[in-house]
Design a protein around this ligand. Sequence first.
Ligand code: PLP
Length: 312
Amino acid sequence: MTSPAPVVLVFLDPAFPAGRLADASQPQLLATDQGATRGDGIFESMLAVGGDVRKLQAHLDRLGGSAETLDLVIPAQEQWRAAIATGVAQHRTQHPARSSAEDEVVVKLVATRGPEGADSPTCWVQVSPVGALGRRQREAGIDVILLDRGYDSDVAERAPWLLLGAKTLSYAVNMAALRHAHKQGADDVIFLSTDGRVLEGPTSTVLLAHVETADDGAGARTIRRLITPQLDTGILPGTSQGALFTAAKAAGWELGYGPLEPQDLLDADAVWLISSIRLLAPVNHIDGKEIGTPALQKQLTAELNALYAGVQ
Ligand code: PLP
């Protein structure tokens, strides 16, 4: 007999103010739920370290923004907070971490349009372990290929029904892009628009860094610049990128927001894909070409990891 997956489920339910615990090894959704039949819903993935969810407010705010984009009415933030607290506490009791280094869990929030014919969303919190692959990629870095996303960088404004910028459950395309990369021997993907702009990864935000030495007469000083693609190109606003930018600015980094082209990635001193669970994954190669120098990439990654460690 296989041991049950270490997953805790908590449904948001008006009859249970702290959320309703459910058995993750048993079916819990109606087969007519539009999250399942149409991918019609939204989600968030957050990291909890030592029982504390990082950037919780930013994730709840983005969940609210996604809900608004989809005209989905979801429970208030206090209800989500209560269910998250129940789920994380329950997971710590049922599946305690073996060491403080492994005291991390993924907290996923899901809201679907609910069963066909009903007019109430289905909402739940899922707490599960962090996969070993993400942890390895933080250390070892990743090889990435560039793939055409199939739309131009103006489409978000022109066609709001595409729901770009919302974190919807319709991630089949993103997962297909990752499978395509794996078949090519790569780890991940950076999407390009049809007009040649750098967009994002299927589950991450693109960051690049330049380091320059400037001498304005008062002695040489090092300028560190952190750049991410423009948000109005239909990409998801990353909570990790946002938090890291705030911390980097306070530490004296200069910040920039695209537009970026593939050559900017190849010319960078370092490139990362950043997201809430995997955190900063250094990009070693793009389409087989080495990015920056390993020594500088290592140093910048350590610096940014230290800054991000201070993010709540
Ligand atoms: N872009 C996409 C398409 C994503 O799916 C994600 C996260 O899953 C991100 C960016 C990064 O967002 P965050 O830093 O909030 O995890």
